[in-house]
Design a protein around this ligand. Structure first.
Ligand SMILES: [Mn+2]
Length: 255
């Protein structure tokens, strides 16, 4: 591993969402993970990595096998990967921590990285008018729905969840999200406590770094269209795009 001082922040990759580019996006992310392993000190995944995640008592979704196996390799080699749930993969539980080795955080969390105090949040439900789109979360809000879901055959459960996620996604993408000012209001409110240097968020799929009166707002964008991620290096933030070079083939090494 190289000597590096970079910390990578990414979110909203929505793996295996039933889109045409699912496999390409999965390979892009695998490539990104290898790049991260070789070039960064830690990785922070800020929600909606999986378009849907659920762990039954004895079953996990096999569509995510390649990603989990890459995570495991990195974790076994001592690379720290932090993750928090988003509104799609809100049901991340102990499996990822106990058997894969990821460090599971709650949404939101206070973290200290590179000497900065960071309010790390996925971003769902923080805007004033951000209601109604959380279809999946609503379904699972009731204990009964959760109980019934657990008793469904996982193949059927996954199918239902993905179609619900699809409808929520098409609503929330682009037009359905609250205006950016509402997210900035939230950011300013957090920063006005003077307890944080910055707010790091995802969810809107819009990568940006904005200087606010009391600190910095960083949005890591997404892994679907923007292919963006945030880099924290010696206390400085920047956004980068990770390029997928298809001609290298799905499993070759990123150079
Ligand atoms: Mn989201």
């Amino acid at each position: 591993m190289h000597i590096t001082s970079m910390h990578f922040f990414i979110s909203d990759i929505h793996l295996m969402s039933g889109r045409k580019d699912d496999l390409e996006r999965r390979d892009w992310f695998l490539r990104f993970l290898r790049y991260t392993f070789n070039n960064a000190k830690s990785l922070w995944i800020g929600g909606d990595l999986f378009d849907f995640w659920y762990e039954w008592k004895t079953v996990i979704p096999k569509v995510h096998f390649e990603i989990l196996s890459e995570f495991k390799k990195m974790c076994d080699a001592g690379f720290p990967i932090h993750i928090m749930p988003g509104n799609h993969d809100f049901a991340l539980h102990q499996f990822l921590q106990s058997q894969v080795g990821l460090i599971l955080h709650s949404n939101p969390s206070t973290i200290i990285v590179d000497g900065l105090r960071i309010h790390w949040v996925h971003g769902d439900g923080v805007a004033n008018s951000d209601r109604g789109y959380r279809v999946l979360k609503k379904v699972f809000a009731s204990k009964w729905a959760n109980f019934l879901f657990r008793w469904l055959h996982p193949d059927i459960g996954m199918k239902i969840a993905l179609s619900a996620s699809k409808s929520s996604r098409y609503k929330s993408e682009n037009i359905g999200l609250p205006p950016d000012e509402e997210y900035l209001d939230y950011v300013d409110q957090i920063l006005s406590s003077h307890q944080f240097d910055c707010v790091v968020m995802g969810h809107t799929h819009l990568p940006k770094i904005v200087q606010r009166p009391n600190g910095l707002y960083i949005n890591t964008g997404d892994g679907i269209i923007e292919r963006s991620y945030g880099v924290l290096n010696n206390g400085q933030w920047r956004l980068e795009r990770f390029e997928y070079k298809e001609q290298l083939g799905p499993h070759s090494t990123q150079t």
